[in-house]
Write a protein that binds this ligand. Structure first.
Ligand code: SF4
Length: 405
């Protein structure tokens, strides 16, 4: 029944929307997996599966966007809101370097009280102290937020961030790039589909490589999931700037939206169809952080060629109920047990070498770190140097200032 479509994939021809829908909805899971695995093997014939050692740091949880699927954010003025201090971030970088890492994935809430200059000063401070360290930072909605806050156009914001030390933009905040869905999830105002794609186009034209993501399993239809993939494929045709695609299922615990999480089979089918549609993407990551190590390992048979990051710290999906932890030893064990060769990579998917724990002793990481310990209400000392916009923060900074004098 699917012979014609399977032959098309095997001949390296492109699927259109109707063909992708037929395969995604009707093809047996084993066939989808086999086709995705064949495409993966064609693109990566050497049998290598990569991973990166980096740290996922969320610099603030204060956010005005209030997406209905998010359990991580706190509103302005909340006693549980935090902004990390520069010294705290340096400590996290020191710990990352000790584990063999060379990059931060730095993302956070849309905090109205952190102006563009705060980001520039942070990036410069990191690069002054750790010149070779890389910053994979600020998803497109954060860039849009900074553009609105600073009243500067997006290209100018990106230009200033690059000048301060930005190396690459993570593909977070894409959810589903269809505005009907974004409106229902209350994330249309933080960035429309076109705004998200626009940031990526600008970044690619300015020489940055970025990733692309998809969070599925909320209110979207299967057609809308596929529309998301086709929109990414179009931008990739134009710019070639996406290094990788990562998809994960919505994590419902403690969110306003609630509901159930998609199953493991739905994840594997979604990953496989992404591998078939995104024929111009080289790399597909396995999302073991949301799916767990075992489904993460199975992803390698459904189109993935990368195990993502060794998780040193995670705050966002943990807030919504998922907290899987794998250190480098465990990631490599899963890759090798699946029949692949494990190699460390950088943000551009260039191979850095063999597992670092085989070269030198590294501490085992059996528990994920958090951005801030529960109940720690320390205020970042730098924030007092920047103008606040919210009434709550203006008052708090006045108190900080009075306490300093
Ligand atoms: S997903 Fe991001 S932008 Fe949306 S509420 Fe959470 S922190 Fe804010």
């Amino acid at each position: 029944m699917f012979d014609t479509l399977a032959a098309k994939v095997r001949d390296g021809k492109r699927l259109d929307r109707a063909e992708a829908l037929e395969l995604y909805v009707q093809a047996p899971t084993a066939l989808l997996g086999r086709l995705a695995d064949e495409v993966r093997a064609r693109k990566h014939p050497e049998g290598i599966v990569t991973y990166i050692i980096d740290r996922n740091v969320n610099y603030t949880n204060v956010c005005i966007a209030r997406c209905s699927f998010c359990a991580f954010y706190r509103p302005v003025g909340s006693s549980e809101g935090y902004v990390l201090g520069f010294e705290e971030i340096f400590r996290k970088i020191d710990e990352t370097i000790a584990l063999g890492g060379g990059q931060l994935l730095l993302q956070g809430g849309h905090n109205p009280d952190l102006p563009l200059e705060w980001y520039e000063d942070l990036f410069r401070a990191v690069k002054d102290r750790y010149p070779a360290f890389r910053l994979h930072a600020l998803s497109p909605p954060e860039v849009v937020h900074l553009s609105r806050l600073s009243r500067l156009p997006v290209p100018q914001v990106i230009e200033r961030l690059i000048a301060a030390g930005l190396d690459s933009i993570p593909g977070g905040g894409a959810e589903i790039l269809v505005d009907r869905v974004r409106k229902l999830l209350n994330c249309y105002n933080k960035a429309t589909s076109d705004e998200w794609l626009g940031v990526m186009r600008h970044a690619h034209h300015m020489g940055l490589r970025t990733t692309a993501t998809m969070m599925y399993g909320t209110v979207e239809t299967v057609e809308e999931r596929l529309e998301h993939l086709f929109r990414l494929r179009e931008v990739q045709d134009e710019t070639g700037g996406f290094t990788a695609f990562i998809s994960w299922s919505y994590q419902p615990d403690h969110t306003e939206l609630g509901g159930d999480e998609a199953t493991g089979v739905e994840y594997l089918r979604t990953l496989a169809i992404a591998r078939l549609v995104l024929d111009n993407f080289d790399n597909l990551q396995a999302s073991w952080v949301t799916q767990g190590g075992k489904v993460g390992q199975l992803s390698l048979a459904y189109g993935s060629n990368d195990m993502g990051s060794v998780m040193i710290e995670e705050n966002v999906v943990r807030a919504a109920g998922a907290s899987y932890c794998m250190d480098e030893i465990e990631i490599v064990r899963n890759i090798e047990n699946a029949g692949f060769v494990a190699k460390r990579r950088n943000m551009h998917y260039e191979i850095l070498g063999d597992p670092i724990f085989r070269e030198r002793a590294v501490p085992r990481m059996l528990e994920l770190a958090v951005a801030r310990a529960d109940g720690d209400t320390t205020r970042a000392p730098e924030v007092v140097n920047y103008p606040a916009r919210s009434a709550a923060e203006k008052k708090a900074r006045l108190t900080d200032h009075t306490a300093d004098t």
